[in-house]
Design a binder for this molecule. Structure first.
Ligand SMILES: [Zn+2]
Ligand SMILES: [Zn+2]
Length: 136
């Protein structure tokens, strides 16, 4: 089977990367750390134990933060703050923020993690009014 390629970038476009290979898991994490770090309801990360990450540019702009006393790691562009990929567990696990990809994600979310920490305002999200763009 041919290896799949994905590419992604940060908001300011100074950091760009490519991923060769497949993602095995796609988790939406609702834990307290992910809510703080994304400023949103959950993190949306793709995981691979086999794919290769190559920075195309801006690797020197990438900062990695590990929360003291936890395994919570976040990598981001130091200029625009966008989440970018990182490699965890001594190189064993590639973690790619799904929203940073510019290419299609082929797999559906595997599951929701830490649902016990879910934001209360998420309960009826599917019922919220949907606009194609800003409200008119
Ligand atoms: Zn950036
Ligand atoms: Zn989390």
């Amino acid at each position: 089977m041919q290896a799949q390629n994905h590419s992604g970038s940060c908001l300011c476009q100074q950091v760009t990367y490519q991923v060769s290979g497949e993602f095995e898991n796609f988790f939406l994490c609702h834990c307290q750390h992910c809510k703080k770090d994304t400023g949103s309801a959950h993190a949306s990360n793709l995981f691979s134990g086999t794919a290769q990450l190559n920075w195309l540019k801006g690797e020197d702009k990438v900062k990695t933060f590990t929360l003291d006393g936890t395994r919570h790691v976040r990598s981001f562009c130091q200029d625009c703050g966008s989440a970018v990929p990182n490699i965890q567990f001594d190189g064993a696990l590639l973690v790619v923020p799904a929203g940073s990809l510019d290419t299609e994600v082929e797999i559906e979310p595997t599951g929701h993690l830490f649902c016990r920490s879910k934001a209360s305002w998420q309960a009826n999200l599917s019922q919220a009014t949907k606009f194609e763009d800003f409200p008119q």
